[in-house]
Design a binder for this molecule. Structure first.
Ligand SMILES: [Zn+2]
Length: 171
C-alpha cells in the first residue's frame, strides 16, 4: 500500500539516524564534559532522572550532582559525571535505545512501548500519531519522561521517528 506523500509529516527533521539508531541531537545541548571511556561528548541529565533510572543497588553512588549521558552507540557507559563516576549499561534499569545492542528498543519509556510495537501499530492498525498509538497500548497513559526516559526529556521525537519508519515500510 502506498501512502499519499502529503500525509507524511515532515516536522521530524532534527532526528538523525546514525546507523540503525535514532539519535535526537536537539534533545539537549551537548555537554562540554566528555565521556571518560569513549572521549565523546554526551548530553546533560539531571540528578533526579539518574536516580530513577539506575538500579536500586547503585543508588548510593549517585550523590547529589547532575550527570551526562554518553550518546555513543558503541560505548558501554550510560551516565558519567565530571569526577568520572560511571554508571554503565548494566547499572541501569532500562536499555538505552540508541546503544548498539539495546533490547528491547523503547520508543516510549513512560508506557514501555518498543520501536517495533510502534511500527506494528502503523502497519497493522493504520495509526499515525503518538497519542493514538500510546492509547492503543496503554490506556490512560501519562507522560513521566522526567523520571522514566533516561535523558529526562520527552519521548516524542524518538516515538515520531519510529512512526516515520513504519510509514516508510508501508510504502
Ligand atoms: Zn562513552
Amino acid at each position: 500500500m502506498r501512502n499519499n506523500e502529503n500525509e507524511i509529516p515532515n516536522r521530524f527533521d532534527p532526528i538523525h539516524v546514525i546507523g540503525k539508531n535514532i539519535i535526537d541531537t536537539t534533545l539537549s545541548p551537548i555537554s562540554n564534559i566528555l565521556c571518560p571511556v569513549c572521549k565523546k561528548p554526551g548530553i546533560p541529565v539531571k540528578n533526579v532522572t539518574v536516580r530513577h533510572i539506575v538500579k536500586k543497588e547503585q543508588m548510593e553512588r549517585v550523590g547529589k550532582g547532575d550527570y551526562h549521558l554518553c550518546m555513543d552507540p558503541e560505548c558501554d557507559v550510560a551516565y558519567y559525571d565530571e569526577n568520572s563516576t560511571i554508571f554503565d549499561k548494566e547499572n541501569i534499569r532500562v536499555p538505552l535505545w540508541f546503544k548498539k545492542d539495546a533490547n528491547p528498543k523503547y520508543a516510549c519509556y513512560c508506557s514501555r512501548i518498543t520501536e517495533n510495537e510502534v511500527i506494528k501499530a502503523v502497519l497493522e492498525q493504520g495509526l499515525h500519531d503518538m497519542g493514538t498509538i500510546r492509547e492503543f497500548y496503554d490506556k490512560g497513559a501519562k507522560c513521566q519522561c522526567k523520571v522514566r526516559n533516561p535523558t529526562g526529556n520527552c519521548c516524542s521525537k524518538v516515538f515520531n521517528a519510529a512512526i516515520c519508519k513504519g510509514i516508510e515500510l508501508k510504502k
